[in-house]
Design a protein around this ligand. Sequence first.
Ligand code: ZN
Ligand code: ZN
Length: 284
Amino acid sequence: MFDTHCHLNFQAFDGQVEKVVAEAQKAGITHINIPATDVATSKKAIEVAEKFEHVYASVGIHPHHIFKFQETNSKKQTNFKFLIKDELKEIESLLGHPKVVAVGEVGVDRHYYQRTKYEEYEIDEKFISLQKEVLKKQIQLALQYKKSLIFHNREAKKDFLEVVDSLWSAQLEGRAVFHCCEPDEELLSYALAHKIFIGVDGDVTYSKEKREFVKKIPLESLVFETDSPFLLPEPYRSYPRDKKPINMPSFLSDITEFIAKLRGISKEELARKTTANAIKLFDI
Ligand SMILES: [Zn+2]
Ligand SMILES: [Zn+2]
């Protein structure tokens, strides 16, 4: 099994990465990809990937974190476009690393996060257009360096598809994923028409909408992810607070088993197929 989206580069895993990877291997997780959200987590993703044979890294700037450039701009009167240029240059400099398989996670995000480190967090059209601009630049980087793409879209389908479509190239067929894809017919048909993989997470174990959606995804378009440390699946999600673990890649085995039952195929076959899909996605 291949966990295509697992943030072993986040603070939640500090000091326990070795243990978490060993547990994942014991549970049958053969490959892991670590996506990044800014320059620091991109570097950390590479640092972790270097330590383990089948652990890979992705580098990029998440749309939510583009907010910091606006914040810096309003407070210090710095030119945020200049700052982003610097940051993107750093991302670009990491793309040559042998463990880097993709640019990600990149996209557009209109979700109001309740917990955010940014003061005066607000989603206005200026912020969204900045997100779209940075997404464009990162798609161009993936094309230039022949890397795969991990797309993050949350509540922003129209803006997101507009940018993706404007830069779409046959080179990206089979090399992109709609990670944690919203259960949406238009996203699904766009993905199928462009040979984009659909990433399914542990929320499928408690969301009826996601369950219905995952039944519609053709097997050849399906990849799995935990999005650890977020999106803890059932049964762990219902554990009492003091016994509740953080989400981790070993739980991909539970997600695979759940979806195998849902689709009426064997766990082994589903594991084999989705792992092969992910290997194709990242061109490993
Ligand atoms: Zn995401
Ligand atoms: Zn993520």
